[in-house]
Design a protein around this ligand. Structure first.
Ligand code: NOJ
Length: 502
């Protein structure tokens, strides 16, 4: 018990370290700005016009108590009906691109491509056309967690046939939207899909087969992504001429002290958290990272399993996955401290992802805290992620596909402004130091359904009035700041929007 106490003493010594000077900094030519949303979080229209059910429809309806405010995404921000206002907002902000996701069951109600729901195709066609009419590039995410329930009945992401189902779905998207969509993300945040959805109860389908399902899911997600990538690369790219990649959530794990053990714990945590997906795609060698293979094999043997719970990737699978992304999509929000303490063994379920990782993960109470318990402002951690990606994966083109801050609400969101300024400031440092970062995407355009936290956490640049049927959208102060950053292509830490100046 002495160790956690010592760690707490050490963490107070870690200070934020990031102070914006008053210097105005310029973004490089060609750098692009956007904002992001996802289908289930904003659309509503959950059972309209032939849409099938998703695992989130089922999760929110079968046991509302799993969601903090017992809410659902049935209506959400009502973007199914108000998408024109969303595009207007994107225009008001001056966005170069808008990242949104397609709801798989809205297009393919049963999950399979034998039955295409024309109303779903029409909805996304209208959205895409409206964006283009306003000179905003559509950036389409194929999968942002709302799996057709019909496919979950068959095991969802732990059934290897999902690789084919996903590729069939991708083909429908390329065929219908690829003439106008030139920016694609296949899959959003594989770790949240696999660990949180299949190896715990944090996300739908809340399968909770710990230490087993998340790794089977990881293999299937990687293969589904890679095959969808190759389908585009080989059959569509020549005609459609787009860019396609994957978005991986990256948290920085900092050793809580300078011991060798704590350094190793931080490396293990990073490899479990994002290396699990990034290494097979972006490293020269491919395959799952060594730390992952070693830890899970050792633990599996100790636990009496006849083989590692981490499924192997064959030589041809490694080859298929390696290099299957035109860019590294980084979703990044925060940093954690990490240490190793053998006396704490047994604090996690056995077997489980957390037990396999064997790292204790804590927050530093000294860091600025958002409304979301997991989210603290640590710009230097974001900087370290960018540098690490440059180092480990030979400096791939990086698109920040998500970054943002939650509050409990209100239009005067000074802490969100500080967060964005500090993160963009270190992003500019990273670019100056050679990182190939090309796009930045704010999460999120408008307030929306924050998964198990319902509507209790607001990430929007625009506030949504969920209490009125109209779902009015109102710009927060941060929206004016972001708009000015985009207009001037500079970061001016002293800029005050007229509307909010005193
Ligand atoms: C990442 C996810 O992609 C998004 O759906 C979520 O709302 C944000 N993080 C904030 O938690």
């Amino acid at each position: 018990m002495i160790r956690p106490f010592l760690i707490l003493c050490v963490i107070f010594l870690h200070c934020n370290g990031e102070f914006l000077s008053n210097k105005i900094r310029k973004f490089p030519d060609g750098f692009q700005f956007g904002a992001s949303t996802s289908a289930y979080q904003i659309e509503g229209g959950w059972y309209e016009d032939g849409k099938g059910l998703s695992i989130w429809d089922i999760a929110t309806h079968t046991d509302p108590s799993q969601i903090k405010d017992k809410s659902t995404g049935d209506v959400a921000a009502d973007s199914y009906h108000l998408y024109k206002r969303d595009v207007e907002i994107a225009k008001e902000l001056g966005l170069d691109f808008y990242r949104f996701s397609v709801s798989w069951p809205r297009i393919l109600p049963k999950g399979f491509s034998e039955q295409i729901n024309q109303a779903g195709i029409d909805y996304y066609n209208n959205l895409i056309d409206e964006l283009l009419k306003n000179n905003i590039k559509p950036f389409l995410t194929m999968y942002h967690w709302d799996l057709p329930y019909e496919l979950q009945k068959l095991g969802g992401w732990v059934n290897p046939y999902i690789i084919d189902w996903f590729v069939d779905y991708a083909k429908v998207l390329y065929d219908n939207f690829g003439d106008r969509v030139k920016l694609w993300t296949t899959i959003n945040e594989p770790k949240q899909i696999c660990y949180e959805g299949y190896g715990s109860t944090l996300k739908a389908p809340m399968l909770n087969v710990t230490g087993v399902a998340e790794y089977i899911c990881a293999k299937n997600v990687l293969l589904a992504h890679a095959k969808a990538y190759h389908l585009y690369d080989e059959h569509y790219r020549k005609i459609q001429n787009g860019t396609i990649g994957i978005s991986i959530s990256c948290t920085w794990f900092e050793p809580a002290s300078d011991t060798v053990d704590d350094h190793q714990a931080a490396i293990d945590a990073r490899q479990f958290d994002w290396g699990q997906y990034a290494h097979p795609i972006f490293s020269k060698a491919g395959d799952f990272p060594l730390e992952l293979k070693r830890n899970i094999a050792l633990k599996s043997a100790e636990q009496g399993y006849p083989r590692s719970r981490l499924p192997e990737l064959s030589a041809s699978e490694i080859c298929l996955i390696r290099g299957s992304s035109d860019f590294f999509g980084v979703n990044s929000y925060t940093t954690k401290l990490t240490y190793r303490d053998a006396s704490l063994e047994g604090m996690y379920a056995v077997p489980s992802y957390m037990d396999d990782m064997a790292a204790v993960i804590i927050s530093n109470p000294a860091w600025p805290q958002a409304q979301s318990t997991w989210l603290q402002e640590v710009p230097w951690g974001f900087h370290k992620i960018l540098k690490e990606i440059m180092k480990l994966y030979d400096n791939p083109p990086v698109y920040i596909t998500e970054n943002g801050w939650s509050t409990s609400g209100g239009l005067l969101d000074e802490d969100r402004i500080r967060y964005y300024r500090n993160y963009l400031n270190v992003l500019l440092d990273a670019i100056e130091e050679g990182c190939d970062v090309r796009k930045f995407t704010a999460w999120t355009l408008i307030d929306n359904f924050e998964w198990k936290n319902g509507y209790t956490e607001k990430f929007g640049l625009y506030e949504v009035d969920f209490s009125s049927e109209k779902h009015n959208r109102t710009p927060r102060k941060s929206a004016y700041i972001y708009k000015e950053i985009i207009r001037t292509r500079t970061l001016d830490p002293t800029y005050e929007p007229e509307k909010f100046s005193v």
